[in-house]
Design a protein around this ligand. Structure first.
Ligand code: GLN
Length: 492
């Protein structure tokens, strides 16, 4: 383990294994995700159920939000069972297998088995996603200043997968065959799991089963109970995810229940560890707000892009939705090494901002981004169509915000949690994303409340007014974070 946590170089060399495995998993995940709204709206609702276009689109958005909320909510369960029984590696492998099965079910007959396949992807991502991130954290000793930069690198891998997986699968689905598009994402996941099998040796003892379980005679039995139990939950998830009203009930219950559980676990630890965990919860709560705003990009901003933007970026003809879908990942890939190196350089000079301040800066950039989304209304022509350049610029600023918060949050969860709780806390971090997604849909629906048959200028005004409000709330959050930073720092 000493060798793995060596202090040589900017990154521990084992990080590359996790980088590539996660990259392929995100190929699969974003491949499937990119297809959801279009497939639900065009095929399941319009073609099969003969529902009208606008009603189908509205329903598809809700359904998409529900699926996303479930996907991220299951990370808590995946993290919990990794901590208690499976260990991170077995969890990751089981999750990956379920994702492959889910993608192939969708590939086999997406019209008949859509929600059934989605259930496998929900549970699979729950077992996979939090646990690979936790393993990245375990490559670092406590106090290692390179941790945030390492997560920055890992985050680039995520976005390479998101960019190409999302782009390729949606293209294959729309223009060739939905069957092949879903199957393709399963093939990406196979590549990811094979990469993991080939490189896991490098990880030494990281991510092995918890010792207490591995040594027990009935350890294997527990393990199989987790596998079997996760499959047995499929009918319940199937019922809940295909009816968005049940998703509401699920969201009302899962957050408070997990919080009670975390408080109960916290009581077993020392005062210092409890303080660290309390600080982690503060970061988690702010991240809900962050994702609620940020995730407008998949919701209201993409509806805005569809109607209210010119098809020209820096003089080149291009579809605004393609820009909205792709530039965030492109910006992450190009900016994250720069931000990572900036943190490293500042750390060397002992001037690196602490995590609370980084979060605060993130919210400042978020406020600036939404102010630009709002300000874009002043560049509109008489038809309510406005500048794609300004829109892309706002996305760039929003990406800087993301880089000050999202990879730092992953890093913090591994830094602030005692080892036996790292999976659960990483699960909590992603559960916050589930709530963020859920709230994002509600916020977006509020902005879209223009009357049926209204003009594009009315749409422009209604959305951008919403963005101005979000800018103000983000600014308040930034000020609040900077104000409480001495208290949170004391906890850490
Ligand atoms: N885009 C990042 C990923 O896919 C962050 C997701 C999130 O935390 N909501 O991993």
């Amino acid at each position: 383990i000493k060798d793995i946590q060596s202090f040589e170089g900017k990154y521990p060399k084992q990080i590359w294994s996790l980088f590539f495995v996660e990259m392929w998993e995100r190929f699969c995940f974003y491949g499937n995700r990119g297809m959801l709204t279009v497939f639900i709206s065009e095929i399941l609702l319009q073609k099969i159920q003969h529902i009208g276009k606008s009603e189908a689109e509205a329903h598809a958005n809700l359904q998409y939000g529900a699926i996303q909320a479930f996907v991220y909510a299951f990370t808590f369960i995946g993290g919990l069972f990794a901590d208690k029984i499976l260990g991170f590696r077995k969890s990751l492998f089981w999750g990956g297998m379920l994702m492959i099965v889910g993608s192939f079910i969708l590939g086999f007959d997406p019209e008949k088995f859509f929600y059934f396949g989605i259930c496998f992807i929900i549970i699979g991502t729950g077992f996979f996603k939090p646990n690979i991130s936790t393993m990245v954290g375990q490559l670092y000793r406590s106090g290692d200043e390179r941790r945030d930069a390492g997560f920055g690198l890992f985050y680039s891998g995520i976005n390479i997968g998101a960019l190409f997986g999302g782009g390729l699968c949606v293209w294959v689905g729309k223009y060739h065959s939905w069957h092949w598009a879903f199957a393709l994402s399963g093939i990406f996941m196979i590549v990811g799991l094979v990469t993991f099998l080939l490189t896991k040796k490098q990880l030494g003892p990281i991510g092995l089963q918890p010792e207490a379980v591995a040594k027990k005679k009935n350890g294997k039995l527990y393990e199989w109970m987790v596998y079997g139990g996760s499959l047995l939950t499929i009918p319940a998830i199937l019922a809940m995810v295909s009816n968005t009203q049940y998703t509401d009930y699920f969201m009302y219950i899962i957050g408070p229940a997990t919080l009670i559980y975390v408080f109960y676990e916290m009581s077993k630890y020392s005062a210092a560890e409890r303080k660290n965990l309390a600080a982690a919860l503060v970061f988690i709560i702010f991240s809900i707000l962050f994702w609620a705003f940020f995730e407008q990009s998949g919701g209201s901003l993409s509806l805005f892009a569809a109607d209210n933007l010119h098809h020209k970026l820096l003089g080149i003809n291009i579809d605004p939705n393609v820009v909205n879908n792709a530039v965030n990942s492109l910006f992450v890939i190009s900016l994250s090494p720069i931000v990572g190196l900036l943190w490293l350089r500042m750390a060397k000079k002992k001037s690196e901002p602490n995590a609370v301040v980084k979060f605060g800066i993130g919210f400042l950039f978020l406020a600036a981004a939404f102010y630009i989304f709002y300000y874009n209304r002043f560049f509109a022509d008489a038809n309510g169509v406005t500048s794609l350049n300004v829109f892309a610029m706002a996305t760039l600023v929003m990406t800087i915000a993301e880089l000050c918060l999202s990879p730092i949050g992953l890093s913090l969860m591994t830094k602030l949690s005692p080892k036996p709780m790292q999976g659960v806390m990483m699960g909590m971090w992603f559960l916050a994303s589930a709530y963020g997604q859920y709230a994002a849909g509600i916020l977006g629906a509020g902005m879209a409340a223009t009357k049926e048959g209204g003009t594009l200028t009315e749409k422009l005004i209604s959305y951008t007014t919403g963005y101005k409000q979000l800018a103000i709330y983000a600014l308040i959050a930034a000020v609040l974070l900077l104000a409480i930073s001495p208290i949170v720092r004391k906890l850490m």
